[in-house]
Design a protein around this ligand. Structure first.
Ligand code: NAP
Length: 304
């Protein structure tokens, strides 16, 4: 039996692991992807202190190198469920069962689907959630970006250097993204904004050809020819494997020590209910969760 199993090898999980091994805990990280972390798809990260500008992939590789240097063991496998058996937690994976005294869930979140007709059918055929991954296919073409948050504006800027024209379709008339990103986007000649508008349908046979738009103020419906649609309407947490208290959309509820409603199960990073989903807050959560898990494990050992 391990002292601690950390589910997820993104910034939160690897930070927790680095802290845990330094506390002498027998720690195993279970991660389903070889290159984990939503941040690894970010073209540039400019708000992680110590790095004025670094690619998400390079930052993630730095985390991994640091963790491996510290002696963290990482196993690539998919986690199906976590069973709480009191002072013993059992993690059921694609490669069998693993046991630990405590668990840290650091499973992150995935891009939220818009949920409109055509989105699933045309996924990878013009529908995307990642400009860094798919942007290069749109050289000289016209695309729309849906959303008004940091992700939408960041990726609209990436796309504006590749596509001939980028339309940002936002349901309100004001962006949610920080003012620095807003200014950069407003200054770009080939980015236009379509305010107070939602996408109702994505049309196309083999590839995306059109979107159906609805003005939320006038209810006017229009069809627009387009080559690609990039969707950024928030994130959904990957928390179905664990039975603890969650918000109505699935973020794990924790206390200030990152402990969930189940004793010995902690959560950190984007899968947790919090006010900010940033790399810097994920690593902070990871450190706190590791320290709290250490305290819990010491107490559990003294009882057993
Ligand atoms: P977000 O901040 O939740 O923004 C989602 C956007 O989508 C909002 O503008 C929202 O509109 C819109 N939206 C939501 N549901 C919609 C729907 N059904 N139809 C149309 N529009 C819809 O999500 P995010 O931009 O992915 O960011 C997630 C987190 O990651 C945030 O904490 C963000 O700060 C962080 N992030 C940070 C960076 C960075 O630091 N560089 C980069 C990317 C993301 P409303 O504004 O009307 O609610």
């Amino acid at each position: 039996m391990h002292d601690l199993i950390i589910i997820g090898g993104g910034p939160a999980g690897l930070t927790a692991a680095i802290y845990a091994v330094r506390y002498g805990l027998d720690t195993l990280v279970l991660e389903k992807n070889v290159i984990p972390g939503q941040i690894s798809t970010a073209d540039k990260v400019e708000n992680y202190p110590g790095f004025s500008s670094i690619s998400g992939m390079e930052l993630m590789q730095n985390f991994k190198d640091h963790a491996e240097h510290a002696g963290v063991k990482i196993q690539v496998t998919g986690v199906k469920t976590v069973k709480d058996e009191g002072d013993r937690k059992v993690v059921v994976t694609d490669d069998g069962e693993f046991e630990a005294l405590a668990i840290i869930v650091a499973t992150g979140a995935n891009p939220r689907r818009l949920g409109v007709p055509g989105e699933d059918k045309l996924l990878t055929k013009g529908v995307s959630y990642c400009a860094t991954c798919d942007g290069p296919f749109y050289g000289g073409l016209e695309v729309i970006v849906v959303g008004g948050g940091e992700s939408a504006v960041t990726d609209a800027l990436i796309l504006s250097d590749i596509a001939s024209k980028v339309y940002v379709v936002h349901r309100r008339d004001e962006l949610r993204a920080c003012s620095l990103l807003q200014k950069r986007a407003f200054d770009k000649e080939n980015i236009s904004f379509i305010w107070d508008t939602v996408v109702q349908e994505i049309k196309g046979d083999e590839l995306v050809e059109q979107v159906v738009l609805k003005n939320t103020k006038t209810d006017e419906i229009t069809e627009m020819n387009i080559d690609g649609i990039f969707i950024y309407v928030g994130i959904d947490p990957n928390t179905s494997m664990v039975d603890v208290e969650k918000t109505d959309v699935g973020f794990i509820v924790t206390d200030e020590k990152m402990e969930s409603s189940v004793s010995g199960i902690f959560a950190a990073g984007d899968c947790r209910r919090t006010s900010m989903w940033q790399v810097v807050t994920a690593v902070s959560d990871g450190a706190v969760a590791a320290i709290s898990a250490h305290e819990y494990i010491l107490a559990a050992r003294s009882v057993n």
